[in-house]
Design a binder for this molecule. Sequence first.
Ligand code: SF4
Length: 586
Amino acid sequence: MAREYFRVLVVDLTKERASIEKIEGREEFIGGSGLGTLLFRKYGLKDEPWHSDGQPLIFTIGPLTGYFPLMSKTVCAFKSPYHDQFTESHAGGRSALSLFFADLDALVITGRAKAPSMLVVGSRKVEIKDARYLWGLDVIQTGKIVRRVVDESRGHRSILRIGPAGENLCAYACINADTYRHFGRLGAGAVMGRKNLKAIVILGDALFEAPDKREYKKAYGEIFKRIEESGMMKKYHDLGTPANLVQLNRLKSLPWRNLTDTHDPDVNRISGETFAQRHLLRNLACSGCPIGCIHLGYIREKFMKDHRYYFEQVAYDYEPIFSVGCMLGITNPVDVLKLILEIDALGLDVISAGVALAWATEALQTGLIGKDHTLCTLRFGHTKGYLEAARHLAMGANEFYRLLAHGTLKAARHYGGEDFSCVLGQEMAGYATGELFFTAQALGFRHSHLDTGAYSKEQKEQDIDLEEAIEFLIQDEARRVLLNSMVSCLFARAVYTNEYLAMCLDSVGYHEIAKNMEELSEKIRFWRWKLRFDTGFKPREVTIPKRFYKVESWKGKVDPAFLDSLKEAYGKRLEELVSEGEKKWT
Ligand code: SF4
């Protein structure tokens, strides 16, 4: 299966045509993030807006997908509705393995369907189906119907779909992947909505022999042993990421009520331990993962008409508990699950939606907006209003919600309240750890807590000077670019050291990649940033709202001068990275 080129299915929805392209560059661009940049350079329209019919929506996998555990992510590359710049979003679930078994390294979708449609692709199939009857349905209903309509390759099939938020072009609409995973941030769901694409079904319908080589079997065994010994199986399986709530609260780094506080004695009500003991139904895993870190909580409700009980299953993680729990002052775990379920079903990114509603609550409290804007009462700790507001947000119920759906800062610029909009490039992730994380998210490539491990470093180290901080951001990003090009789950970053990655690549025949990993990741990093700058990114124009300057964590108050100099120095370093790369690689 190791091949020197990328096998890419390109579907044009406007012309209703598809072709298989052999694209050179495997040994330079690896796969995942690298392949996303390569394909965006080929198919992307840098100077046209995100909603141009011709803009591509790209899904890529890596060279080790299907061969090794935890190579489980798919990278989605696109021009973002949030800021109209090139970006990526990553998701687990089944899509990576389904693409692999569809014999594809990537799927590129261009054009715009005439009417709401569903795209079905497999190793021997491409079909654009009418999906008008699905338009307007939420992601749960859509999933149920699609599973019945496309009744092939069960267990090897991945279903990606959008909800009303994507149809209404919300800039933080997500693509739901197999119900419990998401291409969450920066609006890939709106790109699907704009293309009139309600769902994509990937059929993993081919069969391949596992490599019958001693070298491969040995490498597989060693990786599996490392996973077992790393503690991942226990740490991520048992409590999972929600274990962070108590830890961050103790460090005064957990954002509460729109970041007006960083700790609260009520944290135990929504801690990882509480969810695991009282609300956990079962664990799930992405395809190809032996860990199973996906925690499914349950909500038990009495159905009024027949007095029967029914259950809803909801995936919870640290980030959604932060965004619709403490950020909104909600400390009832069942209410947290209900909010995640509702926001998820609407096809909104839960992190962005929670943070946007936290800003709206404070804007309402301070009189910048009224109930004629919010159409319901928003008060920290009160779930009912947030359930209603989430629906208004996804539907674009009025001008206020339509603007908020473009991003919190955009609404704040119009209505006031920029100072307390918790936006770091996009709505913040749940770490009020200090200057390093605020800079890392504000200027990071995906504006994601996963661009670097800044949030983690800051939890462990008290004094980080400017030079060390910049060096850390640069080094850590390069390593993650490599892992994202392999499409490794980032939880496995300690397992897949460069040495072990090289062993795995060699065992399946990718010797050139194995030899040059560090240089390749530098090159891919350059191309990602180059595309980002070419589509309008200007680090000096990124602002950090005043609320972040007032944060007090376990280390004391944020040092405004240090935050400003970090932001300036990191922005400058990114500009240099692109200009140095242009001399070397263009
Ligand atoms: S550890 Fe969790 S996120 Fe990572 S591949 Fe496994 S189930 Fe998916």
